[in-house]
Design a protein around this ligand. Structure first.
Ligand SMILES: *[C@@H]1O[C@H](CO)[C@@H](O)[C@H](O)[C@H]1NC(C)=O
Ligand SMILES: *[C@@H]1O[C@H](CO)[C@@H](O)[C@H](O)[C@H]1NC(C)=O
Ligand SMILES: *[C@@H]1O[C@H](CO)[C@@H](O)[C@H](O)[C@H]1NC(C)=O
Ligand SMILES: *[C@@H]1O[C@H](CO)[C@@H](O)[C@H](O)[C@H]1NC(C)=O
Ligand SMILES: *[C@@H]1O[C@H](CO)[C@@H](O)[C@H](O)[C@H]1NC(C)=O
Ligand SMILES: *[C@@H]1O[C@H](CO)[C@@H](O)[C@H](O)[C@H]1NC(C)=O
Ligand SMILES: *[C@@H]1O[C@H](CO)[C@@H](O)[C@H](O)[C@H]1NC(C)=O
Ligand SMILES: *[C@@H]1O[C@H](CO)[C@@H](O)[C@H](O)[C@H]1NC(C)=O
Ligand SMILES: *[C@@H]1O[C@H](CO)[C@@H](O)[C@H](O)[C@H]1NC(C)=O
Ligand SMILES: *[C@@H]1O[C@H](CO)[C@@H](O)[C@H](O)[C@H]1NC(C)=O
Length: 667
């Protein structure tokens, strides 16, 4: 069934007239997408020193030749020594953006309405990775502090969560201390209440048998000002906890590596996509976490290791009602040495943050989800969550979050962005709730997908059967519409009680013809050769009761053919009417004529024979030639001259009597 489903999805959802693609100049590699709510504009940060707002503005941001040269001299390639935009943050009327700038990161503050107008240019160190491949995250708070989680150095061995700019002192996580951060890949960050949260995956220090990666939620107090003497310029409020997303069972199957998150602030709900470890079989899952569950774990016991040889043990939280202090009351200024020592050693929480429900919302094998976006949709009777998941093979899965906690989620559709052979990885995913649009950044394009596409369901059955929370059947308009387009909500039908039933039948289709090749055939007992070509009913093969292909699957052409004689014609009339003559008859090698290398006919195509052999001709009688004129019979006065001829070979010359000779006279 699974296979059928998959095939159907590939077949059916292929043509999508509603996708718009914005072809971009150059490449949009490692693109960052963000949105300017004030101007209602999409902002794209692209590789190759290109970034622009569609379709209004474009600003180029190159690295200079000197910086590039320095990058080359440190052994980096042309590809790496570019300016990759990795931070793109809208902050009021400013766009704060950082680029890798050929392994010399820099940041600029620009006017949103005129991206070429640069106000400040500052170092990007600890704000933006050096290496474009390193995973990082950053945010700006309303009070102007920049929180960045990234590698801080050229080699990428010094990761940090770093605060800078704004009015508070810059702080970072402790340097080269694997208990703070251990080869992390940062995924996302959010400004929530008194805290800044970071979500990442890292090598698990607490896991003592072999190297493994765990997913983490980390947080710091936004008004932390660091310690004095101890933890100077360092967070005193950094804590982290493991996030669990597992398929339950006797031995739970762990999806350990967080790849993406989406936070719904109104619900204080975090959706996370998790995959198996890089080197194991691919599998992915979606888990949702309640922020209060995360806070609860941060108020629980710590996990603590006395020294590097001892075991990790739970340790009661010395400050279970922890709250971020206030700067005015001097909470941070009054921190005792004891407080600071605790802050230095108690970082990791003992409890694991469990998802809302023990079973992941959505799981799939043989795929790694790379990005996630969530839309909250008002249906007829309730709110629905729709989860958009980017797959590592370049499609978007649209999943309906569980209707209630005892039912599973539904895969509503799989959106194909490219023809099968031209698929490419998705670099970024951005949802614009205000416009119900999903933007997908790929290598050289930004793709816009409208989320509401009700008019494509032509019948009531199709409309309701799609189980799409965006759509319902308007009884007055007799059309599939969105809730906003409907005339009256009471006249708007929707029935989302179960997952859509998919028509999994697939009608067969022929593959292309093969090339012509020699094949043999039997021509009346003698073997001959032909040209044959074939095709198979496998594009697609009929599935689940779909129809077989109609038509021939083998075509034969240009077969060799041996020649054969036509019957003889009748004998022609005898060439004589008496006396020996001859007559002919003919045939031709055209019954059939030889073709495509077939044999020609053996034998003569013409035959002759004698005729009238026994019909001798009668003798030939004829007059002899006239003799010369004889002498005149009188010497003068008018006489007669005579000449003669005789009938030869008989007596029946014309005009001749019994004695057959003839006389002429002249006077
Ligand atoms: C960017 O501009 C804003 C608005 O003028 C200002 O508050 C902020 O400090 C600037 N940031 C930097 C890094 O210069
Ligand atoms: C944008 O800023 C640049 C640089 O400051 C300036 O030259 C240009 O005139 C500005 N464009 C507009 C439309 O204001
Ligand atoms: C960044 O994350 C992606 C996606 O998980 C991963 O493929 C890549 O290896 C990471 N980069 C580094 C430098 O680890
Ligand atoms: C933020 O911290 C202050 C001082 O500890 C506290 O009064 C307030 O309730 C906190 N706010 C939130 C949203 O937790
Ligand atoms: C999150 O937890 C809080 C407190 O336990 C609870 O009130 C809320 O309903 C939970 N949210 C969800 C989406 O389950
Ligand atoms: C911090 O110390 C100052 C001066 O010693 C004192 O006035 C203040 O109450 C203390 N604040 C706290 C939260 O202990
Ligand atoms: C993670 O969740 C699974 C499934 O709910 C559970 O069986 C397992 O014990 C949890 N693991 C940890 C470390 O909490
Ligand atoms: C959840 O769905 C199941 C199965 O459809 C149903 O029996 C149950 O009543 C639903 N629970 C709630 C709270 O809606
Ligand atoms: C299912 O699809 C097949 C082929 O696409 C079609 O012939 C058939 O009518 C469909 N069945 C239903 C119930 O829609
Ligand atoms: C068959 O022979 C004809 C004439 O020689 C030729 O034009 C045609 O291309 C041949 N067909 C194939 C399939 O080779």
């Amino acid at each position: 069934i699974h296979k059928c489903n998959r095939m159907l999805l590939l077949c059916v959802i292929f043509q999508m007239p509603w996708i718009s693609k914005f072809k971009t100049e150059g490449t949009v590699d490692y693109s960052q997408l963000t949105f300017d709510p004030g101007q209602n504009e999409l902002i794209v940060g692209a590789r190759a020193s290109h970034f622009f707002a569609l379709p209004l503005q474009e600003a180029e941001w190159h690295c200079d030749e000197f910086t590039k040269g320095a990058c080359f001299s440190r052994g980096k390639s042309e590809e790496e020594c570019q300016n990759y935009i990795r931070v793109l943050l809208v902050n009021g009327n400013r766009l704060f953006t950082c680029g890798t700038n050929a392994f010399t990161p820099i940041c600029t503050n620009r006017t949103l309405t005129n991206l070429t107008e640069i106000h400040d240019q500052i170092s990007g160190m600890a704000r933006c990775p050096y290496n474009p491949l390193h995973n990082s995250t950053a945010l700006i708070t309303s009070s102007g502090e920049l929180y960045a989680a990234t590698a801080m150095d050229f080699s990428g061995r010094d990761p940090a969560i770093y605060r800078s700019l704004g009015g508070l002192p810059p702080l970072r996580t402790a340097q080269y201390n694997s208990k703070w951060l251990n080869e992390p890949n940062f995924v996302s960050s959010y400004d929530i209440g008194n805290f800044t949260y970071f979500f990442f995956r890292e090598n698990a220090v607490e896991h003592d048998c072999g190297r493994t990666v765990f997913s983490r939620a980390g947080r710091v107090c936004k008004n932390d000002i660091g310690g004095r003497f101890l933890l100077e310029d360092t967070w005193t409020t950094f804590m982290k906890a493991r996030l669990n997303c597992s398929r339950p069972g006797e031995i739970p199957f762990n999806y350990n590596e967080l790849q993406g998150t989406f936070y719904l602030p109104e619900l204080e709900l975090l959706y996370g996509i998790f995959t198996t470890n890089v080197n194991s079989i691919a599998a992915s899952a979606v888990c949702a976490f309640n922020l209060s569950a995360i806070s609860q774990v941060f108020n629980g016991p710590f996990k603590y290791q006395e020294n590097s040889r001892s075991a990790w043990l739970p340790y009661p939280n010395p400050n279970p009602d922890f709250q971020c202090g206030t700067i005015d009351s001097g909470t941070y200024a009054n921190l005792t040495e004891r407080n600071l020592q605790d802050a230095q050693k108690f970082l990791l929480m003992h409890e694991v943050v469990q998802p809302l429900v023990p079973v992941p919302y959505f799981m799939e094998d043989n795929v790694r989800f790379t990005h996630v976006a969530v839309d909250v949709v008002q249906g007829k009777d309730m709110l629905f969550h729709i989860i958009y998941l980017a797959t590592d093979y370049g499609t978007i899965k649209k999943v309906l979050s569980p209707l209630n906690q005892s039912t599973g989620s539904c895969l509503l559709e799989e959106i194909e962005l490219f023809p099968l052979r031209k698929r490419q990885p998705i670099r970024s995913l951005l949802i614009l709730h205000s416009r119900s649009e999903l933007y997908v950044g790929v290598r050289d394009q930004v793709i816009k997908i409208p989320l509401k596409r009700c008019s494509y369901h032509k019948s009531r059955e199709a409309c309701l059967g799609s189980r799409d929370p965006y759509c319902g059947w308007d009884l007055l308009l007799k059309k599939c519409t969105t809730l906003e387009e409907s005339v009256r909500m009471s006249q708007w039908e929707q029935s989302i009680t179960k997952c859509p039933v998919r028509n999994v039948t697939v009608d067969g289709g022929f593959s292309a013809w093969s090339i012509w090749s020699a094949c043999s055939h039997n021509d009346g007992g003698t073997a001959g050769s032909c040209l044959c070509r074939t095709r198979a009913c496998d594009s697609p093969a009929p599935q689940c009761g779909g129809e077989q292909c109609h038509g021939i699957s083998v075509e034969v052409a240009n077969c060799s053919r041996n020649g054969a004689w036509t019957p003889w014609t009748l004998w022609s009339p005898c060439s004589t009417s008496c006396g020996i003559g001859f007559q002919v008859r003919q045939r031709s090698c055209s019954n059939p004529t030889p073709r495509h290398g077939g044999r020609v006919c053996v034998g003569q195509n013409r035959e002759e024979r004698y005729c009238n052999e026994h019909l001798p001709c009668p003798p030939h009688v004829y007059w002899s030639a006239w003799s010369a004129w004889e002498r005149c019979n009188v010497p003068c006065g008018g006489g007669i001259q005579t000449r003669r001829r005789t009938c030869e070979n008989g007596n029946d010359c014309p005009g001749c009597g019994q004695v057959c000779h003839d006389t002429q006279y002249t006077r």
